[in-house]
Design a protein around this ligand. Structure first.
Ligand code: PMP
Length: 345
């Protein structure tokens, strides 16, 4: 609002790419945050629906600046996740071809969304591990070596990934919080988010606690808390975060501690977030907010805590927000009975 009480509206943008970032922040008002204030940065409001739009833009700009990507060139990446959507959005606007190598277990909706954005999708086996010729990252690497004028993005080792957050997300958070933050909580997929933001916040105020929220079964929280890499990995249904290796883009030194959250707690927290705060977030947001709420309730004095709604929950309506799917996973016992199952794939 301006001083005369009128809302301050932004002027029209020149391109959808100008609408990436500058996301709003909202304070949690109904969930129990103990003595703390919990703030959510709504990355779900980016045009591609997730925090990954930011790195799509920065990694493509960096490749252009470094001469790795020329007009009409081909961008190659191995992902079915939000990075694919972010890259597809930017590639379509800038006229690049985009080839995405995707394991065949990924949802049809995601694949169709990527194809609708103009990406060429190459499906590969989901049941093989790193080193197998059909492993999705190895297929992408090979494709890049065979495609003239191509650029292999490789978000797990691309410095422009954490840099996107250091340049944009972190200063936005610092400004929105008036420089008063006690703790920041994020998940790790590639590690770009927590590394870029963690390094920036520690420079502003070394007392800011940087906390990783990690799905049960992932190795990241344990690696942070014990200082050694666990040798066993589990599985989890939350999407976009949790790892079975430490990516090059993750600076473990910036992370103070890890909180592990099981799938049920994560998804139930996401459902609570929608009912109580009116925010439709994805599954990783449930992990982050569950960890943040636990942290907040353990405090004995007021702390200002920041975390994310990483992506929109629209993509998960048929999972976390579908009572039948939740019951099949053993997470809830349905109270109401109807014939909805006939319409659910
Ligand atoms: N949440 C979601 C929904 C994501 O897709 C990702 C990235 N895979 C993350 C969180 C984690 O971000 P980062 O890769 O920067 O660690």
């Amino acid at each position: 609002m301006s001083s005369d009480g009128k809302p301050v509206l932004q002027k029209p943008a020149e391109s959808v790419l100008d609408l990436i970032g500058n996301t709003p922040m909202v304070r949690v008002s109904h969930l129990d945050t103990g003595p703390c204030e919990l703030y959510l940065k709504l990355e779900s409001q980016n045009p591609g629906g997730s925090i990954k739009d930011r790195i799509g833009l920065e990694m493509i700009h960096a490749a252009e600046d470094e001469g790795k990507l020329k007009p009409g060139g081909t961008i190659i990446e191995a992902t079915a996740g939000n990075t694919g959507l972010g890259l597809a959005l930017v590639a379509a606007q800038k006229g690049y071809k985009l080839k995405l190598v995707i394991p065949d277990k990924m949802s049809r909706d995601k694949i169709m969304h990527l194809q609708a954005l103009g990406a060429e999708v190459i499906l590969t086996r989901s049941d093989v591990a790193k080193g197998h010729p059909e492993y999705y990252q190895d297929v992408a690497l090979r494709l890049a070596s065979e495609t003239p004028g191509s650029f292999f993005v490789n978000q797990f080792a691309n410095e422009a990934n954490p840099r996107a957050h250091e340049k944009t997300t972190a200063p936005e958070i610092w400004q929105q919080m008036d420089g008063r933050i006690d703790a920041f909580i994020a998940g790790v997929g590639s590690g770009g988010t927590i590394t870029g933001i963690g390094q920036y916040l520690k420079r502003q105020d070394p007392k800011v606690e940087i906390i990783v929220a990690d799905p049960e079964g992932s190795i990241v929280a344990e690696a942070v808390n014990t200082g050694s890499i666990p040798n066993s990995v589990g599985s989890w249904v939350v999407e976009g975060i949790g790892e079975d290796f430490i990516p090059d883009t993750l600076d473990l030194g910036v992370v103070d501690c890890g909180i592990t959250v099981g799938d049920k707690e994560a998804l139930m927290t996401g459902r609570d977030l929608l009912r109580k705060e009116g925010i439709l977030g994805g599954s990783s947001s449930g992990t982050l907010i569950a960890a943040a709420l636990r942290y907040c309730r353990e405090q004995t004095s007021l702390k200002r805590v920041v975390t994310f709604v990483c992506d929109t929950g629209n993509k998960y309506l048929n999972k976390a927000y579908n009572d039948y799917w939740m019951e099949d996973q053993g997470f809830i016992k349905r109270q109401k009975f109807g014939d909805l199952r006939d319409f659910v794939s």
